[in-house]
Design a binder for this molecule. Structure first.
Ligand SMILES: C[S@@+](CC[C@H](N)C(=O)[O-])C[C@H]1O[C@@H](n2cnc3c(N)ncnc32)[C@H](O)[C@@H]1O
Length: 361
């Protein structure tokens, strides 16, 4: 038990009231259920998004108030003595916005409850403005043939899945939790199978696919370890996976996003997992030959409609005055000519080991 000399000066609490509630929740949940909560349990209780919960857990860990095993679900353990924990309050009816402000939390300015991006609400803008990254598309179709079965996890409006199906002639399946994003995808193509679902629970038989990929989705996934295990399960032996995301470097060097809206950098550094975490998660799930590469595509931005319509989710997570400042600067710069754009993605590849590798022969 922690020594707390109450007879002298009362010790200053080492955690904020909201952090205290997280600790109290983890403690109470563990007592009642006999196992620690998953981050999804905390999301439900505090009515916040996956990145908000994850950041809270990391902050508590940094302060030495809890212990966890990275990538292992239900591994949090409170390091504060039970008698020093506050009483757990009822689950808030809505996210406690003023208390979130106790800690700088870049995701707190979200347009949807709890900092979560509501893709149902932004589906129309996404469909209107977001297109494939041509270099990424070329890399994704490399090695694919008409006989292949391809799954896109978090296919959204179908940008990549539909293009791959059209270019390669393969069979394509897409899953996404958002009804409206899927509706946009269905309106574009009847050639791919589109199902509502999440990366963490893929409703497909074992070994069904030759290639499973996701683009710009992994930072939305609540339980990444589980999603990688699901990807391993639904792939055939020898099948490939590709997790396409933004590395820390890519986030810091986005053009024009990070130039005109520098506040998006902190927001996205808090939301996106680091590449080494993705690599480790994929390896832990059973993928072999895990390797990364970055693709780049330069363009000229003449139309700032996608920025005005906030078709990039991070623009919905920065304060409105920062957003307006960025738009004004863009409008001014455009008067002098097109704005330089460089779009990059980091791809993390992996292979489900073949059966012979499994047996060590
Ligand atoms: C930035 S969009 C990317 C859409 C598409 N991959 C593209 O690049 O055009 C992110 C997508 O991830 C989906 N998403 C959010 N959480 C998810 C989860 N747990 N599993 C699968 N998809 C998820 C959202 O609904 C949204 O359509």
């Amino acid at each position: 038990m922690r020594i707390n000399n109450r007879s002298q000066q009362p010790e200053k609490p080492r955690f904020t009231p909201l952090q205290g509630q997280y600790l109290a929740f983890i403690h109470a949940y563990s007592l009642v259920h006999g196992r620690p909560p998953a981050e999804t349990d905390m999301q439900r209780y505090f009515r916040v998004s996956p990145p908000v919960v994850h950041e809270k857990i990391l902050a508590l860990e940094r302060k030495g108030l809890l212990q966890r095993v990275p990538w292992q679900s239900r591994s949090v353990r409170v390091l504060v003595a039970p008698e020093d924990l506050p009483i757990l309050r009822e689950s808030p009816a809505k996210p406690a916005a003023d208390e979130e402000a106790e800690e700088p939390d870049p995701a707190k300015e979200a347009s949807a409850p709890g900092g979560m991006i509501d893709y149902d609400r932004m589906a129309a803008e996404y469909a209107r403005h977001r297109r494939v990254h041509p270099v990424l598309l070329r890399r994704l179709i490399d090695g694919l043939g008409p006989a292949d079965k391809v799954l896109e996890v978090g296919c959204g409006t179908g940008n990549y899945l539909i293009a791959i199906r059209e270019l390669v002639g393969c069979s394509g399946w897409g899953i996404d939790p958002s009804t409206e994003m899927l509706a946009q995808a269905r309106a574009r193509s009847g050639q791919v199978q589109l199902l509502q679902g999440k990366a963490e629970q893929l409703e497909f038989p074992d070994g069904h696919f030759d290639f499973v990929f996701s683009v710009n989705v992994i930072h939305h996934v609540g339980d990444r370890g589980r999603s990688f295990r699901e990807a391993v399960r639904v792939l055939r032996h020898g099948g490939r996976v590709c997790t396409v995301t933004d590395s820390e470097w890519v986030i810091r060097h986005r053009q024009p996003l990070s130039v005109f809206f520098p506040e998006t950098v902190a927001v996205d550094l808090a939301r996106y997992p680091r590449i080494h975490e993705i690599r480790a998660g994929m390896q832990e799930a059973g993928f072999a030959e895990v390797a990364e590469e970055t693709v780049e595509f330069a363009s000229e931005v003449r139309d700032i409609g996608p920025f005005q319509d906030k078709a990039f989710s991070c623009l919905r997570l920065i304060p409105e005055d920062a957003y307006r400042r960025g738009i004004e600067r863009m409008e001014k710069d455009l008067l002098a000519g097109p704005i330089v754009g460089v779009s990059r993605y980091t791809l993390v590849w992996g292979v489900k080991p073949s059966l012979s590798n499994h047996r060590g022969t």
